[in-house]
Write a protein that binds this ligand. Structure first.
Ligand SMILES: Cc1cc2nc3c(=O)[nH]c(=O)nc-3n(C[C@H](O)[C@H](O)[C@H](O)COP(=O)(O)OP(=O)(O)OC[C@H]3O[C@@H](n4cnc5c(N)ncnc54)[C@H](O)[C@@H]3O)c2cc1C
Length: 313
């Protein structure tokens, strides 16, 4: 495949214009264009009346033609395929080593999905409820002022941002394309396909909920197990020869203990009680560097109080 950068077209260009622009740029006959995919689409809005779309496109041509163009200095498309760090065959007794993922927010969802794709049948534990029940519990607080301390806007399937509109950081410049793996899985699970190419991708709340359910179904199909209403209240460690110790399991609020040497903590920012437990159990923790955000909302257009302002926006 060949990568073509900086193909500019007007905002409302016809559907076939991009293909034609690719052919014109490459100077090849139309029959040689086997397929093309848009890697990125962004806007140039510096000229208000001539807004342009700017494309980066990966183009597939017959091997001989591709070879010729590459030898003339065109760039090949990078390999964007995700490489798993291990496979189930790397583990001597995989069923005895099932990894545990604590938390089913974005971090836990992706960790569990990738472990499941590696064939390692993860066990996922989340203190909250599945996303449908959680939606009802969250509305219970917003509408009826009834708080469920374990199933709410912070806790439960989908994690903290589930009831937001799902703005994403595309990480389109990431040279390892790890973000692309995430976006690809989101699209497979029902997110709009354009999140793969637009610079400010956005899923939308209703699609987000369905997408989370579809990823859960995929993890289960691959042999994973997902348990809601399963709050981890203690972590276990066993001694090792080097004296460092090794995690060996977790206990749930029900009293059940699960054993594993592979535990991913994906508990987000909000589980203060769990952080206190970790601290009490002597786990080393570090505060995040300070971060702050703010949001400004204003009506479109020029507010009246600017009329006499010396600062013209
Ligand atoms: C209102 C709101 C809107 C947001 N909107 C956006 C947005 O549009 N785009 C964006 O990129 N980011 C958004 N964010 C930020 C985003 O939600 C977080 O960055 C993200 O959720 C962090 O993911 P996580 O998996 O690390 O943790 P979380 O999403 O917090 O998930 C942690 C999970 O762990 C579970 N858990 C915690 N303790 C335990 C325990 N002891 N045992 C078992 N389970 C446990 C919780 O139930 C929870 O499901 C928003 C956040 C909020 C609060």
């Amino acid at each position: 495949m060949i990568r073509l950068n900086d193909i500019k077209l007007p905002l409302n260009h016809p559907d076939d214009a991009l293909g034609k622009a690719v052919i014109a740029r490459l100077g090849v006959p139309e029959s040689d264009l086997l397929s093309y995919t848009v890697f990125k689409r962004s806007y140039d809005a510096r000229k208000k009346h001539a807004i342009q779309l700017i494309y980066i496109v990966d183009v597939c041509l017959p091997a001989e033609q591709e070879g010729k163009l590459l030898s003339r200095g065109l760039s090949p498309s990078p390999n964007m395929e995700y490489a798993f760090v291990a496979q189930v065959s790397d583990f001597p007794k995989p069923d005895q080593q099932r990894p545990i993922v604590v938390g089913f927010g974005p971090c836990g969802i992706l960790a569990a999905l990738i472990l499941a794709q590696m064939g390692l049948k993860p066990i996922v534990l989340d203190r909250g409820q599945d996303v449908r029940q959680r939606t009802q519990d969250t509305w219970g607080l917003w509408r009826k002022r009834k708080l469920n301390t374990e199933s709410n806007v912070q806790y439960g399937e989908g994690g903290a941002g589930t009831f937001s509109d799902g703005k994403l950081y595309s990480q389109v410049k990431d040279k390892r394309f790890l973000g692309r793996k995430v976006m690809t899985e989101f699209v497979k699970a029902g997110a709009p396909e354009e999140i793969l190419m637009v610079s400010k991708p956005h899923i939308g709340t209703f699609k987000l909920v369905k997408m989370v359910e579809n990823i859960r179904a995929e993890i289960i199909r691959l042999g994973g197990e997902i348990r809601f209403d399963s709050k981890v209240v203690a972590f276990h460690r066993e001694a090792t020869a080097d004296g460092n110790g090794q995690v060996s399991g977790v206990t749930l609020s029900s009293g059940e203990t699960l054993h594993s040497k592979h535990i991913i903590l994906a508990i987000g920012h909000s589980a203060r009680d769990t952080f206190a437990t970790l601290r009490d159990q002597g786990v080393y923790m570090e505060a995040k560097p300070f971060s702050i955000g703010f949001r400004i909302e204003h009506p479109e257009g020029r507010p009246s109080f600017w009329k006499n302002s010396p600062i013209v926006p």
